[in-house]
Design a protein around this ligand. Structure first.
Ligand SMILES: Nc1ncnc2c1ncn2[C@@H]1O[C@H](COP(=O)(O)OP(=O)(O)OP(=O)(O)O)[C@@H](O)[C@H]1O
Length: 312
């Protein structure tokens, strides 16, 4: 079977600025792929080209073997796309919205009622289906948007930062829904700047920064590239920027970035054994008042690859 998605050498420039810079990756049938990168990394622009909403300056996209540029209608039939912005009629109920979009998709009236029931159940909104959207929380609206995207039974679901701006309860529900869909065989492209979401939902991850895919692989593969470094989070009192420079000079430390007014993130080999040296290096500039040594994770992989933090 053709892969769910293949994109190659995608480039998009605005003015003189290249915001998507030779991006390429593939998603196998039934695979959950995450694009992890900070705000402004180029995730939405990439997705817009994948779903045929934006023409790339160069590069190609196929969905289920269909070239998106050559046959956009056939390609779009295979894609369920949930944009960042809510696209629903607030004065209609969820069921009425679904009926409206179902008719737009050309789903026959007789099949549609059953299909609406199915997608409402998939996103856990069956009991609120006849309430108006304007009475919904942000998270419930997002789940309704996901239901709309599932109506025509796509093979590939594309979610662009689906948990941004939603309440914690809905965030959990959205992640549960997505996990269930993937378990049932849906192919998934999931973008986020939340490492823990991508880590939970996706089996393979592309790390994107400044328009470029810096690395692509399973979490284990990405973390292996760190060569045994730990992530060390320090809480500091004093001149944090100067302290970060001094800490970067310590042997065993490969990265040091300021993550807040009192915090610095390090990548270092040696873990806990290095702590007395770190405290001594910062002394005189800043006092170390808190320490956390974290197992290598995607946050550390991101820092290793880009020299910056995910939430920049
Ligand atoms: N129409 C446009 N004209 C000019 N610049 C744009 C346009 N669309 C996006 N950009 C720029 O391209 C870069 C990538 O934006 P994009 O929205 O793709 O990033 P993102 O990773 O999805 O981040 P976010 O999650 O904040 O949307 C940003 O610097 C943005 O300002």
């Amino acid at each position: 079977m053709s892969p769910a998605l293949v994109c190659e050498d995608l480039v998009k420039r605005y003015g003189g600025k290249t915001v998507v810079d030779h991006v390429g990756f593939h998603i196998d049938e039934g695979e959950a792929y995450g694009l992890l990168g900070p705000n402004g990394a180029g995730k939405t622009t990439t997705i817009s080209m994948l779903v045929g909403l934006l023409r790339p300056d160069s590069g190609s996209v196929t969905v289920g073997g269909i070239d998106v540029a050559a046959d956009p209608v056939a390609a779009k039939r295979l894609i369920g796309y949930v944009p960042q912005d809510i696209a629903l009629y607030p004065e209609l109920t969820a069921r009425e919205n679904l009926r409206y979009f179902g008719r737009l998709y050309g789903i026959p009236r007789r099949a549609l009622a059953g299909r609406i029931g199915d997608v409402l159940a998939m996103v856990g909104l069956a009991d609120r289906a006849d309430d108006r959207i304007e009475t919904y929380s942000g998270g419930m609206k997002r789940r309704t948007n996901i239901a709309v995207a599932l109506l025509h039974e796509p093979r590939l679901l594309i979610l662009d930062e689906p948990t941004v701006g939603v309440d914690p309860q809905s965030r959990v529900a959205i992640l549960d829904n997505v996990e269930r869909l993937v378990a049932d065989g849906m192919s998934l492209l999931y973008t986020s700047h939340y490492m823990e979401e991508v880590e939970r939902v996706c089996t393979r991850v592309g790390i994107i920064d400044r328009g470029k895919i810096m690395a692509d692989g399973s979490k284990r593969e990405l973390v292996a590239e760190l060569g045994g470094s730990d992530r060390i989070e320090l809480v500091l009192d004093g001149d944090v920027a100067t302290a970060a420079e001094k800490l970067r000079a310590v042997e065993g430390v490969s990265e040091a970035v300021v993550t807040g007014t009192h915090s610095v993130r390090l990548l270092a080999t040696g873990g806990r054994h290095l702590l007395p040296t770190l405290i001594a290096a910062a002394a005189g500039t800043a006092a170390v008042t808190g320490v956390e040594v974290v197992e290598p994770d995607l946050e550390a992989a991101f820092l290793h690859l880009t020299g910056s933090t995910l939430r920049d």
